[in-house]
Every structure is written in C-alpha cells, then in structure tokens.
Design a protein around this ligand. Structure first.
Ligand SMILES: [Ca+2]
Ligand SMILES: [Ca+2]
Ligand SMILES: [Ca+2]
Length: 469
C-alpha cells in the first residue's frame, strides 16, 4: 500500500481507493456536509442519504436506484426514500477494497427481473464473484442466487479489485477486474486479473472473444488486458462505445477507449507510454495527480432519452475524482476536450445519467445519492446599449459602433442589433457590438435596438434613438 507523503501533506494522495476513505471517515468522526457547486443554471439536489460505505449504483428502468454497500448489502432508493430492508445481503470479505462492488440490471430486467452483482466471496477461498438474483418487488427472492462466474482466487493483497459490471449493446456482460496488486497479472493471459472480461448473461463464454483461441477454460473470457484497477467503466447509450476509468498508481489517472483485444499497458506504462509503444493502447485522456486528485471514478455519457442539460452536453462523458471531489466533462466531438463541471462532492465513487436527463452521483463520504439537473430557464437576459448615447446625433455617411452589454442567469447566447427594425449584426460573444454605416440623408431619426437571447430562447430588448446630421 503506497501511502507516500499523504500523512505529511495531510491530503489524500494515495492511490488506494476505498480503504483510505473508510479509515479517514472512521477516524475523523467529522460529519461531512453536503456542498456541491454546479455551473450557472444547474441545480444540485439530494436524493437520499444514510448509506454505509457505498461503492456503486445502478438505475433501474422503473426509476429505482440500487446502491451497493461495501459490507455486502444492496440497498434500494425508491421515490427518494432509502428503503430500510436491503434488496439482498451477501457474505463478503470487505477488508481493504474488497466487498460488494458492482451492480447491473439484466437488459431484459422488466421481463426476467434479474439483478447482477459483483462481490468478494469468502468461500471456499476468497475471490470475486458475479451472481444474479431474481427481484420480487424491492427484495430478492429467497434462494434465487445463481453464480454466473467465479473469478480467480485472491492473494493476501486486499486492494485493486475493480468491480464494475455492465451489459453492452450486444447483450453480453462486461466485468472489470483489478490486478490484485500484482502488475504482472495484467499482462498475463493465464489469469483474469487486471482485465475486462466478457461473458454471456448466463456466464457462458462468447466464442468471438478476442483471445478465445489463444487461451483455455475461463481465461477465454478475457476481452482486454493491461489494466491496473478499472474501478468503473461505462457504455455510451445507443452507441455502445466503452470508456474505462483505470485508477493509476503514483502519477496518472486514465480514461481508456474500450476496444476488444486491447492491451492498456499496465504495469509497463502508467498514463501515456513514454516512449510510445505500439503494443499498448494509450489512454484517450489522462490527468496527473496534483495533490488533490487521487483516483478516477464515475463514468457516464450524457445521452439520455430526454435531454435536460444544454445541448452542448449531449454526447459528453462525465467522470469524477475520488479525493478532489470534482466532476468534469470530456467531449469526444471536440478532441476529447475536458472542462470542469461540479466541485465540492465528498468522495464521489459513481455517476449515472437517468432516462429523464439528470446526472446522479454517489458520494461515499456523505453516504448519499444526489442529482444534478437543469431546470427550464425562464429568466430573460438583461441588456442595455452603452453607445451611442440615446438622443444623440450621429454624423451621416460615417461608421458608428453600436455597443451593448448583456447578462443572463445561465448565459447569453447572442445579441442581435437592429436599426429601424432591420437586423444589422449578430454578435455571439461579449463584448457585444455592431458596425453601422449611417445613411446619407440628414435629420433622419433612427431607432437602434439590441436584443439579447439566452440558450432557452428567452430575450430582452433595449432601444434608443439617434438623429443624423
Ligand atoms: Ca494504461
Ligand atoms: Ca436565462
Ligand atoms: Ca463580440
């Protein structure tokens, strides 16, 4: 376990994801308050609290939220209430980063009611297991556990367990497994550690898996390798593109493009390989540890059925950093440009976008689920014309600069300039101005208008009159 200088700096700079958070929270006895900051026009609302060491969540098609607690209970949030009775309880080893770590709904959940989980089973030897259970309302049917896959037995190292499970558009279940704190596992096709695995919903192995003919037995489930601790990954709805968040060691946190047969380089490379190595797929984005950041989490594309956020967020990828407590966006259509989004979240571990366009986040530090929305903006901008002065005279046959200032609760989309009702210019960025050529007749009065719009289409207009001479 690599604590490095975390004690001296007083900040969490460890790469150890869950263990450190647990110990900090247990030892500080400080009630962490809820205080996320979101961009103008967005809202941040608590959904439910009272979760104990949550690790992952999934949104059911019916709107319920299922949340894994590390100690082995799968909880249900229904209509904003954390139900007292867990959906299920499994016996887990929850030491270090072990425990109940992943949950997914069968693609046919509405008809078959199957819920899949990933947890660290204790028998016969400690190992990670994927099982499915059959829902009967808000609880699992007694005796319905069906083991889908048992992953390799673990060493005494309790960290790097991965744990995310998601169904792809192909109907197969993808499973992210950590390297069990032994980097050599990641490069070996003789075990399933440090990998993404691909199995059918009943655990059988698709024969088109990329290493099927190079491997035997359970290792035929290997779909990608060279990962360290892929704690979270996700698929882009409707498109199926996979992004894997691989937690780095000392320097880099990675977002990897999930492509069959890829080798993501660990432990030979962390972040971008230097020098470049054609055998390894570099991340599409990596960020360096800055004293605040420690581990990438989250992972959700903004492609909801009903778009709520401004349209420029559609197709963006949200990701979080556990220790820095922020959420950022990556825009694949803009060269994977990254921008800040939310801050002040207490140890975010998972992100999801709901069908109705909210971004949900699971905050381990505060044991809560919250959601970020974008309510319809009905507040119009404000606008004024700063030059020329109202009632002034302007010289005919000269160029006059019309200048306006505009503001909005969310943001000004554009300012249109009109003279006697005719559009002269449109300016999309501040400072807002327009060049107007004053016609030649003297002693003419002109009405000049500046009309500001926000993204929702609300507008406001300022007007002055000037006279030519
Ligand atoms: Ca890598
Ligand atoms: Ca507005
Ligand atoms: Ca401008």
């Amino acid at each position: 376990m690599k604590l490095r200088d975390s004690q001296r700096s007083g900040q969490l700079v460890s790469r150890i994801v869950l263990l450190i958070v647990t110990s900090v929270l247990a030892s500080s006895n400080v009630r962490i308050t809820y205080a996320a900051t979101v961009p103008p026009g967005f809202t941040d609302s608590p959904v439910a609290a009272g979760l104990s060491n949550p690790t992952a969540m999934a949104l059911a098609p019916d709107g319920r939220i299922f949340v894994c607690e590390q100690g082995g209970t799968l909880r249900v949030i229904k209509n904003g209430v954390l139900l007292a009775t867990p959906f299920l309880t499994v016996t887990v080893d929850s030491s270090g980063e072990r425990g109940l770590l992943g949950v997914a709904f069968d693609p046919n959940f509405i008809s078959n009611q199957l819920v899949y989980i990933y947890y660290t089973a204790t028998t016969p030897t400690v190992h990670n297991r994927i099982s499915h259970f059959t829902a009967n309302g808000d609880v699992a049917m007694t005796g319905s556990e069906t083991i889908v896959m048992d992953v390799d037995n673990l060493s005494t190292a309790t960290n790097h367990n991965g744990g995310a499970i998601h169904f792809g558009l192909d109907g197969n279940l993808y499973v992210a497994v950590g390297d069990n704190a032994n980097g050599s596992n990641s490069q070996s096709l003789s075990n399933r550690l440090g990998k993404v695995l691909r199995i059918s919903s009943n655990g059988s192995i698709p024969t088109d898996n990329p290493f099927y003919n190079q491997t035997t037995g359970a290792n035929r489930t290997i779909w990608a390798l060279g990962l360290r601790n892929p704690f979270t990954f996700t698929f882009q709805p409707g498109i199926g593109r996979m992004f894997i968040n691989d937690v780095g060691e000392n320097t880099w946190e990675e977002i990897d493009d999930g492509i069959a047969g890829s080798n993501y380089g660990w432990p030979n490379c962390e972040g971008f390989c230097n020098p470049p190595n054609a055998n390894f797929r570099d991340p599409i984005f990596a960020y360096v540890h800055d004293g605040q950041t420690c581990a990438i989490t989250g992972g959700a594309f903004y492609n909801p059925q009903t778009v709520q956020f401004p349209s420029n967020y559609v197709g963006n990828y949200f990701f979080a950093d556990l220790c820095a407590g922020w959420i950022k966006t990556l825009d694949p259509s803009m060269g994977n440009a990254v921008a800040g989004f939310a801050t002040g979240i207490s140890f975010p571990v998972d992100l999801k976008v709901s069908n109705d366009g909210f971004l949900y986040y699971l905050a381990r530090g505060s044991g809560s689920v919250s959601r970020i929305g974008f309510p319809t903006d009905s507040t119009p901008p404000t606008v004024s014309i700063s030059s020329p002065a109202g009632g002034s005279t302007v010289a005919r046959k000269t160029n006059v600069t019309i200048a306006a200032s505009a503001d909005d609760n969310v943001g000004v989309a554009r300012v249109e300039f009109l003279v006697n009702g005719n559009l002269q210019c449109t300016d999309v960025s501040a400072p807002y101005s327009c060049n107007w050529r004053v016609p030649s007749p003297p002693n003419k009065t002109y009405q000049i208008q500046a009309r500001a719009f926000d993204q929702a289409g609300n507008s406001a207009t300022a007007a002055i009159q000037v006279t030519s001479r």
